[in-house]
Design a protein around this ligand. Structure first.
Ligand code: ATP
Ligand code: MG
Ligand code: MG
Length: 349
């Protein structure tokens, strides 16, 4: 059978491997850390993302390569591409690796984003905040996740101290969006250009980390449709192959795109209990050239992340009817660490 290479050995890589195995593929995980969550794969390389020789050997062992981690250096992508196709391709990675490139791309499609401006040095702050207004959020341009690398600015006087907490990293300022809800759309595009989207989910974050996703989102039909149209617009513009997560704010003026993730997404885990083809199988189908699942939902679902010590709730939760438990096999339950999730079926769709 063919071998799918996956860059990144976290829980997303684990669940992708399991879906790929179901479709008859072997998986080879490339992960710098020891004892990855994705230790369910057939083969594993433990090496840094900058180790070009290890990457070359990895690529030669794979028929196609995908990723669950988007901060792969450009030189590493070049090495992979010498021998093996990469899906989603490097444009999707490059657009989404950097918040400035990402927002510029989204705004260029005519989609609504928060007002934004680049900040390279403290001297840029006055002009940037004039563009975004206050309150604003300063974010590192690269490597941020779970709300890390962000600082709120209530007044222009706060800004230098807030920027200092980002430790000199290139940053972006974003105007604060007064949203009523946060939603996300998980959508897929196949190698033949076909697109399938799941229903938008409603996301609640606690301390910057996704806590729950609920489907259906409490959203008028018009906005549900808008959200799916926004996602397919983005996929098509990137000539994208695979699953993408698109995070949106709901505002009185309509939808505002927050960020995109060129991979399966935590807010799409509900599809494991809500859809015949979940986001992980959908991604493998998309990159391997299979027909896409249609995204139809047969159940209402609440996904809840088990973070840190929450993992102790897994067994009691498993005793409740309609609860599906997923644990990632991580040894240490550090605070803020995603240890697993549960999908609770709350009724038929
Ligand atoms: P993720 O873990 O989803 O990748 P992240 O670290 O990349 O998160 P963002 O999604 O940009 O960060 O921001 C985290 C959260 O902070 C958002 O879900 C939202 O609640 C809030 N937030 C971010 N940007 C804005 C904004 N411009 N206006 C208002 N709230 C915002
Ligand atoms: Mg993000
Ligand atoms: Mg986010």
């Amino acid at each position: 059978g063919s071998t799918i290479g996956i860059l990144g050995g976290g829980q997303l890589g684990r669940m992708l491997s399991m879906a790929a195995a179901r479709l008859g593929y072997r998986c080879h995980i490339y992960e710098p850390g020891a004892a990855p969550a994705a230790d369910v794969a057939h083969a594993r390389t433990q090496a840094p993302y900058e180790d070009l020789d290890a990457l070359r050997r990895f690529a030669e062992s794979c028929d196609l390569i995908t990723y669950e981690f988007e901060n792969i250096p450009a030189a590493s992508l070049d090495v992979l591409a010498e021998t093996t196709p990469l899906f989603p391709d490097r444009r999707a990675l490059e657009v989404s690796q950097d918040r400035l490139t990402e927002k510029t791309f989204l705004a260029g499609l005519g989609l609504a984003t928060a007002p934004f401006a680049p900040i390279d040095t403290p001297d840029d702050l006055p002009a940037a905040l004039a563009a975004t207004g206050t309150p604003a959020i300063l974010k590192t341009r690269r490597f941020g996740y779970d709300g890390k690398g962000q600082a709120r600015v209530m007044t222009p006087e706060d800004a230098p101290a807030a920027l200092a907490t980002l430790q000199g990293a290139p940053a972006i300022a974003e105007g604060f969006v007064r949203f009523s809800r946060e939603i996300s759309v998980i959508a897929a595009r196949g190698r033949d250009g076909s697109v399938a989207a799941y229903d938008p989910g409603e996301n609640v974050h606690v301390d910057g980390i996704l806590s729950t996703t609920t489907v259906p989102a409490a959203l008028p039909l018009k906005l549900r449709t808008d959200a799916v149209l926004v996602a397919s617009r983005i996929l098509t513009a990137l000539d994208y192959t695979g699953v993408m997560g698109v995070e949106l704010f709901v505002t009185p003026q309509g939808l505002v795109v927050n960020e995109i993730a060129p991979r399966v997404h935590n807010s799409g885990h509900w599809t494991q209990a809500g859809c015949a083809v979940d986001q992980f199988e959908q991604h493998i189908r998309a990159i391997a050239g299979w027909p896409l699942g249609n995204g139809a939902r047969h159940a209402n679902v609440v996904m809840e992340n088990l973070i840190g010590a929450d993992v102790a709730r897994a067994v009691p939760l498993a005793a409740e009817p309609g609860v599906q438990v997923h644990l990632y096999g991580k040894a240490q339950a550090r605070p803020g660490r995603k240890m697993g999730h549960v999908n609770r079926v709350t009724g038929p769709a």
